[in-house]
Design a protein around this ligand. Structure first.
Ligand code: ZN
Length: 175
């Protein structure tokens, strides 16, 4: 696990539990329903209540913006009836490191913290998805007061990506 602040055992334990649950759900969904890309994200409030959970739906929705993080943040904003999540003190949990687009989306949404599993480097190695250029984003988030913990429960996260690839699902890329 890596982070942009000293590791808080409680935050880390909560993140492991939530992310492992997302990964298991994602694997089942890819294997049985097959209606999503291989990424799942969830927004929780600081009391630990789930606000929104969404998968990547780029192919299904025919929209290049429909990454799991963007879908989950949009659903959370709708549910809380706001364009700014900051007053609600929410955290975003996601099965892989956010891509270049989602980093911007996360900043504008106003989350307190981001917890992710598989690194972009491993996502690119396993699947061929392009995650974009992202230099020093964790320290940039720290400057803006956003907590980041990464590479949480990576074995199960990588398994979800392998299952997706083994089933011959679509890998799309920007040109
Ligand atoms: Zn993304």
């Amino acid at each position: 696990m890596i982070s942009n602040e000293p590791v808080d055992i409680e935050k880390a334990a909560r993140a492991v539990k939530i992310i492992a649950g997302l990964q298991r759900e994602l694997i089942t969904r890819i294997q049985t329903v097959g209606d999503c890309g291989p990424f799942l994200a969830a927004v929780y409030d600081r009391e630990g209540r789930l606000i929104a959970k969404e998968a990547n739906s780029v192919v299904q929705d025919k929209c290049s913006h429909c990454h799991a993080e963007m879908n989950a943040l949009k659903a959370a904003e709708r549910k809380l009836d706001t364009f700014d999540l900051a007053p609600h003190h929410v955290s975003l949990y996601v099965t892989a490191e956010p891509c270049i687009m989602c980093l911007g989306g996360i900043l504008w949404a106003g989350v307190d913290a981001v917890y992710y599993s598989v690194s972009s480097r491993r996502v690119e190695e396993i699947t061929g998805f392009d995650e974009g250029f992202k230099s020093g984003w964790m320290s940039e988030f720290k400057k803006r007061g956003i907590t980041v913990y990464g590479e949480i429960e990576t074995a199960l996260g990588e398994e979800a990506l392998r299952v997706y690839m083994q089933l011959g699902k679509k890998v799309y890329k920007p040109r």
